[in-house]
Design a protein around this ligand. Structure first.
Ligand SMILES: C[S@@+](CC[C@H](N)C(=O)[O-])C[C@H]1O[C@@H](n2cnc3c(N)ncnc32)[C@H](O)[C@@H]1O
Length: 446
């Protein structure tokens, strides 16, 4: 019987879904954050629950050859990354196994190992094109930070190793602005204070800076513009007014203060624009790989691109498809997709604004459907509509193996999985992006 504050020595058997080590003592599961498979570690039990325990490493008695020193000094405290203590091969293996285990255990896919390909990766660090950092204070000065692991405490960070190098410059500039301008910092407990978050996105040397405030204005905003000018040629500054006291970072109310309002890009000969509140994948190198992969699977046929965001993938698919229907619920993203259609003279694309659960029912015929839903996956209605139309191919892009496996399970009576391809869209974190291709079975196999 294990109790809180016990000290024991365990051998780590595997990694859990959060990248933590997993050991077994007398049949009970013990989670050991930051421990790696095959390591022998001395641990201190910090949580003793009815059916599992959590142990903190006191000493690593036998270190794994896969253990590395995290490059980020904030790693063991910061809630942003989970895997910086393991080498890249170990992290990729962990992600491939996440997909296999979800397909096997939730999706009930018997041959998940054979169907799942090794995780593809491009960049280990410095990949993010966007950040949303909370702003905090230590009583002496204000700073841009990150939430501490499993908490809402804001810890100061001077740099973030998964952000592109421009993020460090902005952090320095904004920290300076915070402490020299006449602005207060928002406090989650008292619900008082002005500045809540700093949200930035940069692509192709175009930077969008957004300050989220619990109020109507940012004092001395001209000062911030002047501080940014020597470092960034092409940028825009906007305010997001968010007076609600919840976990949602951005409201729908923006005030444009300076410079560019959108980011304009040309990729694969497609001109497109995106705004701050339209969804955009955070790792452009990996998302471009995925888009190319998905495009290669689409022939001259009628395609639905459900959950289409700013419409880049719709535009790409329209190059080979007979017709593409893009469905997106966020108005700004839908408008981006309409601009993309106009700017590129695409005639075989229809962008539909609305909920996929409703709008998919209005498309009577399609041969291929691309699904790229948020973490919660697709609704029962979407599955039912797909099963009533029975398109020959389903391409499911997912950032959550659990909901992916659940949704795949509801389709496998009628569809065969051809492959599951994990991608390391979010290196150093426990998250993985997966593309699954499903093919309609012959009628006789239903
Ligand atoms: C994971 S993103 C994918 C976006 C796009 N495929 C891309 O690669 O940029 C999911 C998108 O689905 C949209 N969305 C979320 N729920 C939706 C719903 N019920 N109906 C339609 N779109 C939805 C979000 O606004 C977001 O743009």
């Amino acid at each position: 019987m294990i109790s809180k504050n016990d000290e024991l020595t365990v051998t780590i058997l595997d990694l859990g879904v959060n990248g933590e080590g997993v050991a077994k003592v007398d049949g009970a599961v013990v989670f050991v954050p930051f421990a790696l498979p095959n390591e022998v570690v001395k641990i201190h039990i910090i949580h003793a629950k009815s059916h599992f325990y959590v142990g903190k490493i006191v000493e690593i008695l036998t270190p794994s050859p896969m253990r590395v020193t995290p490059p980020c000094p904030h790693f063991f405290k910061c809630g942003g990354c989970d895997l910086q203590h393991m080498n890249h091969a170990c992290a990729l293996n962990f992600k491939t196994n996440l997909v296999i285990n979800a397909l096997k255990n939730i999706g009930k896919v018997e041959n998940a190992e054979q169907l799942t390909l090794p995780c593809i990766s491009k960049n280990e660090f410095y990949y993010r094109n966007k950040f949303s950092f909370p702003v905090g204070t230590n009583g002496e000065y204000a700073f841009v930070g990150m939430y501490k692991k499993n908490s809402h405490e804001i810890i100061e960070i001077k740099n973030c190793h998964i952000q592109m190098p421009w993020a460090k410059t902005i952090i320095e500039i904004f920290n300076n602005f915070l402490n020299t301008s006449k602005n207060t910092v928002y406090n989650e407990q008292t619900k008082q204070g002005l500045i809540k978050h700093l949200v930035c996105r940069m692509e192709n040397n175009q930077l969008l800076v957004c300050v989220v405030v619990n109020g109507n204005k940012l004092n001395n905003h001209e000062m911030l513009i002047e501080k940014l000018k020597p470092h960034f040629k092409n940028f825009g500054l906007m305010l997001n007014v968010n007076k609600l006291h919840n976990n949602v970072i951005l409201s729908n109310t923006y005030k444009h203060l300076y410079g560019i309002k959108t980011i304009s890009l040309v990729e694969d000969n497609l001109k497109y624009e995106t705004t701050l509140n339209s969804f955009m994948q955070v790792n452009s190198q990996i998302s471009n790989l995925i888009y190319g992969h998905v495009q290669s699977m689409v022939e001259n046929e009628i395609v639905v691109n459900a959950f289409s965001g700013s419409g880049f993938l719709s535009g790409l698919l329209a190059k080979t498809a007979k017709h593409v229907y893009g469905i997106e619920i966020v108005e700004s993203a839908h408008l981006d997709a309409e601009t993309l259609k106009t700017n590129n003279n695409i005639e075989n694309l229809t962008n539909i604004l609305g909920d996929v659960s409703e709008k998919l029912k209005t498309i009577k015929e399609f041969n291929t459907i691309v699904l790229d839903p948020p973490r919660k996956g697709v609704s029962k209605e979407v599955v039912n509509t797909i099963l009533s139309v029975l398109p020959k191919t389903i391409i499911y892009i997912s950032c959550n193996p659990s909901t992916l496996a659940r949704d795949v399970n509801s389709l496998t009576n009628h569809y065969n999985i051809i492959f599951a391809q994990p991608y390391d869209m979010f290196p150093q974190t426990k998250h993985v992006e997966t593309v699954v291709k499903l093919k309609l079975k012959q009628q006789s196999q239903f």
